[in-house]
Ligand binder design. Structure first.
Ligand code: AGP
Length: 606
């Protein structure tokens, strides 16, 4: 999604802005731009494509002590230089925007009648002109008046040509942070953009506006009242967000999973139990009331929730529903008494997930829990109970370590609820023992790297792939298919293996790779029968077999043996080879692994 960086300093800010944009590249974008004020004149550089293409366009002689910059992920209007931000109004106002202005057409019609000329197809340009129409020397007042008329979600950064020491920014639905330096201040969509210049941040709240200058800043609420917000010091270092010796962030993040899982567990478990109150002091009271659970999430996080449905219903004997946030938020759902609402999100900024939480009739629920990876995110700040997954920064658009740590967190949730409802202590200690062994087992699965890289060659010229799973491995198959399609652009679908004969079997022939994870569980026999159905139609099987779950006559099938004997953590382990498979297929097809086309890391618009 779009990224914003802005700076006011006593030095030239162009290199700070370009570096900030580079650090926001992971969010996904199609064009980039920067505006500076030099000698009371707005200067602008824009480029289609990567930030590097923008960087070579920026005139090295063009200095500016104030500026705004942007990476655009197209919503209104095709990706093009003309539609790229910043947008100008009458060479006076420059503006960058993240989000969607829903009522822009009405405002545009009025502005056209007032003589404003539009150069782009974007909703954003409307806001630049609207602010200009209100500007009479006071930028904050003009932005406030404009914002009052806007419907939708937005983060804005605005400068005006004849005031090179004032930048106004605001947030409604889109995240925005203020970075505080020494005689220089900044704004950005997230902290990672500003880590080279500061570690002190203010997280703006919904509806807030901020005015920043070289030596000062002031935050205002939506009613224009001045307010104070806490200054937070982040422990993230500028170096935390680099690829190290890995070719891609995704590969680095796959390899970081053993540590991420260990970090997720640290201080939360003993040798045979989950510690009290890992979900906070209020959790025991809420968990005692829970009769059923509703999980809401998107994409990979939705798949994690789907796995948890199987775990929770088996472990707690309570109904657990899972739904994608974009559906849940717009329908009338029936909420039985004492339902716990659970949101899952890596970023904590996913618009649909946040909206589902924000629109919740809380009186119908006994509480809400969010499992999230970004401590400063909106989801964390707006949830009553929170568990941080502690996966560390995830930069690759394809979620990997965020998923496995979400699964670990969901097991902690199931046990934490179970504990206050007299869950069998032996089962709890079995699960905890498996969790303790998990980082080491993940490490050992990563040694399959080379074998999977070789197998990936078989997928290079394929257009479609099927992923099969049964029980708790059905959502793992869904996650495997999502990974493959998002980074290699191969059409991949997941099916519960038992559904094969109800339709998808018609697709199976020698050209259709069929990927199956075979856990050694009660459904193994059934799964083997489903695999025979594939073989009988000439389909090629790629089998990731857990210990004791090998095919008796593998024949032409490609089999990767996974040497782990587990019960509860099996789906977490099964995920690792599927991540590696999609990674190596994408690398061999030459796609942009970390920033796949059309996708964004943090989906802050609906
Ligand atoms: C995962 O690989 C995806 N890129 C995507 O589905 C992602 O999981 C989804 O957008 C939800 O994001 P969140 O976890 O930050 O809410």
């Amino acid at each position: 999604m779009c990224g914003i960086v802005g700076a006011v300093a006593q030095r030239d800010v162009s290199s700070i802005l370009i570096e900030g944009l580079r650090r926001l590249e992971y969010r996904g974008y199609d064009s980039a731009g920067i505006a500076l004020i030099d000698d009371n004149k707005l200067q602008r550089f824009r480029a289609l494509g990567k930030v590097n293409e923008l960087a070579v366009k920026v005139n090295p002689n063009q200095a500016g002590a104030i500026g705004i910059a942007h990476t655009r992920w197209a919503t209104h209007g095709v990706p093009s230089e003309n539609n790229a931000h910043p947008h100008f109004s009458r060479q006076k106002i420059a503006l960058v925007h993240n989000g969607i202005i829903e009522n822009y057409k009405d405002i545009r019609t009025k502005l056209l009648a007032d003589g404003y000329e539009f150069e782009s197809e974007t909703d954003t340009e409307t806001v630049a002109h609207l602010i200009e129409s209100y500007f009479d020397g006071d930028l904050l007042a003009a932005v406030q008046k404009a914002v009052d008329q806007l419907e939708g979600t937005f983060g804005l950064g605005v400068i005006v040509s004849d005031d090179p020491n004032t930048l106004v920014a605001c947030r409604k639905g889109s995240p925005l942070v203020v970075g505080l330096g020494i005689k220089e201040n900044f704004v950005a969509s997230d902290v990672s953009a500003l880590l080279p210049v500061t570690n002190r941040f203010i997280y703006l709240e919904e509806g807030d506006l901020v005015v920043i200058s070289q030596n000062d800043y002031q935050v205002y609420d939506a009613n224009g009242e001045a307010k104070e917000l806490t200054i937070n010091t982040t422990e993230l270092s500028a170096d935390a967000i680099n690829k190290g010796n890995y070719k891609h962030y995704m590969l680095k993040e796959i390899h970081e999973q053993a540590k991420a899982v260990a970090d997720c567990l640290e201080g939360r478990i003993s040798e045979n139990n989950v510690l009290d109150s890992v979900f906070g002091p209020e959790s025991e009271r809420i968990f005692k009331q829970v009769e059923q659970i509703q999980i809401v999430a998107c994409g990979t996080s939705y798949h994690a929730g789907y796995v948890a449905k199987y775990w929770i219903e088996e472990l707690l004997g309570r109904p657990c529903a899972i739904e994608v946030a974009s559906e849940f938020r717009y329908r009338q759902s029936v909420v039985p008494k004492d339902t716990l609402f659970v949101t899952l999100s890596q970023s904590g900024e996913t618009a649909d997930t946040l909206a589902a939480l924000r629109n919740l009739p809380m009186e119908d629920y006994c509480g809400s829990v969010s499992i999230c990876n970004v401590p400063e995110s909106s989801l964390v700040r707006e949830s009553s109970l929170v568990l941080m997954t502690r996966a560390g920064p995830e930069i690759g658009v394809a979620s990997t370590k965020a998923f496995t740590t979400q699964l670990v967190s969901l097991l902690l949730l199931a046990i934490s609820i179970g504990k206050v409802r007299s869950m069998d202590k032996t089962i709890i200690s079995d699960i905890v023992r498996e969790l303790i062994a998990l980082p080491r087992q993940i490490e050992s699965l990563l040694f399959l790297d080379k074998q999977i890289e070789a197998i990936a060659e078989n997928f290079i010229d394929k257009h479609h792939a099927l992923f099969l799973g049964r029980g708790v491995h059905y959502p793992i198959a869904m996650e495997g298919a999502l990974k493959l399609k998002e980074i290699s652009y191969i059409h991949a679908e997941a099916y519960p293996a038992g559904e094969l004969k109800h339709g998808p079997l018609a697709l199976v022939d020698a050209e259709m790779p069929v990927v199956v994870v075979t856990p050694n569980d009660g459904l193994l026999e059934k799964l083997h029968s489903n695999m025979q159905e594939v073989k009988a139609r000439g389909g090629k099987l790629y089998v990731f077999a857990h210990q004791g779950a090998k095919l008796e006559e593998p024949g032409e099938d490609v089999v990767v043996e996974m040497d782990c004997e587990t019960r509860w953590t099996t789906p977490i382990l099964s995920t690792i080879p599927l991540q590696l498979l999609s990674y190596y297929v994408a690398v061999q097809r030459g796609t942009d692994v970390d920033q796949p086309r059309n996708l964004a890391k943090s989906v802050t618009v609906e």
